[in-house]
Design a protein around this ligand. Structure first.
Ligand code: ATP
Length: 300
């Protein structure tokens, strides 16, 4: 079942098209990655989903209903934004108390455990927290809310590598026991690629990739080796990207059968999710019209 349905959603800020004809369906009980370069429209999309902004045109449905001023929908959504603002006198304890009141599925035990693991002090004023500690508070609220739709917009800013890993581990562990729908917007794609069931990539306000990660993982392979051997192999495949370095060539091909390249003494490497997103957003490589005319990149 789709928890989120956007149909032809466009959002303009003056002459800036933040979103253009965005149509996506996000399925229930899955972790969705919302990816894209700076200014791609990710935050705008999340704001529209959570009724913090109006779409200029198009239809928005969350849990089958229009989210605008709709408590039935909004009570089931937890939106953790980067740099969340709290009242000046709030301590971490106040934030947790407010969250407990706001979310029906809130888990106090989980919150207490996470506070300890992230080394937060509940009596500390939120405005005195470091950047990473503030992000940790957001992560604690997002996880312990167990909201049926939990949205994290770059939740990791300032978090050290240990704390980020803790977030990913706890998200996965809690999600396996309490499945729900999670939307995670991030630039640290490789760090989260194992968490994601599905990705939506935005570029300049348009959806350029909307696919399950299982499908994406097997979709492209990099084959490298001596130029003549690679060219020979590539002739029978759809080439979406090529790099030449002297007599050495690397091509990215669509769905190469495992073993075929290795038999010809060539090297085969999977394309990471991050590379896929970079390919999708930096050139025409993943667009169908580019497949028959692969770009040549000469490295010096
Ligand atoms: N309130 C606003 N007024 C004017 N333009 C805006 C406003 N909010 C966003 N924009 C513009 O809309 C576009 C999309 O911005 P958005 O914040 O959604 O991108 P993003 O993908 O979240 O970027 P980042 O990864 O850098 O956070 C940008 O060009 C941005 O400048």
């Amino acid at each position: 079942m789709s928890i989120i349905e956007l149909t032809d959603v466009t959002k303009r800020f003056g002459d800036v098209n933040a979103l253009t004809d965005v149509s996506i369906r996000l399925e229930e009980n899955a972790i969705h990655g919302l990816l894209g370069r700076n200014g791609a429209g990710k935050t705008t999309l999340m704001q529209i989903l959570t009724a913090q902004a109006f779409a200029t045109s198009g239809e928005v449905r969350a849990f089958g209903e229009d989210p605008w001023e709709n408590a039935r929908v909004l009570d089931r959504i937890c939106f953790i934004r980067e740099g969340q603002h709290y009242p000046d006198n709030f301590t971490v304890r106040h934030v947790l108390t407010a969250a407990r009141i706001s979310f029906a599925e809130w888990d106090d035990e989980l919150a207490t455990d996470l506070v300890e693991q992230f080394r937060l002090r509940t009596g500390q004023r939120v405005k005195k927290l470091s950047r990473g500690q503030l992000s940790a508070v957001g992560v604690v609220v997002g996880l312990a809310s167990r909201a049926p739709l939990t949205i994290f917009d770059e939740p990791y800013l300032g978090l050290d590598a240990v704390a980020r890993q803790l977030f990913y581990d706890r998200l996965l562990a809690d999600y396996s026991e309490h499945p729900r729908t999670v939307v995670l917007s991030t630039h640290l794609i490789d760090e989260v690629s194992n968490l994601l069931d599905h990705v939506v990539v935005l570029d300049q306000g348009r959806v350029i990739l909307d696919e399950d990660t299982d499908v994406l993982r097997g979709s492209l392979v990099v084959v490298s080796g001596p130029r003549a051997a690679v060219d020979d192999f590539a002739a029978a495949h759809e080439v979406v990207h090529r790099e030449n370095l002297g007599g050495f060539t690397r091509v990215t091909v669509r769905g190469a059968p495992a073993g075929a390249a290795e038999r010809q003494g060539l090297r085969l490497e999977p394309v990471s999710l991050q590379q896929l997103v970079v390919r999708a957003t930096t050139g025409p490589a993943l667009r169908p019209e580019a497949i028959s005319h692969p770009e040549e990149v000469h490295l010096s």
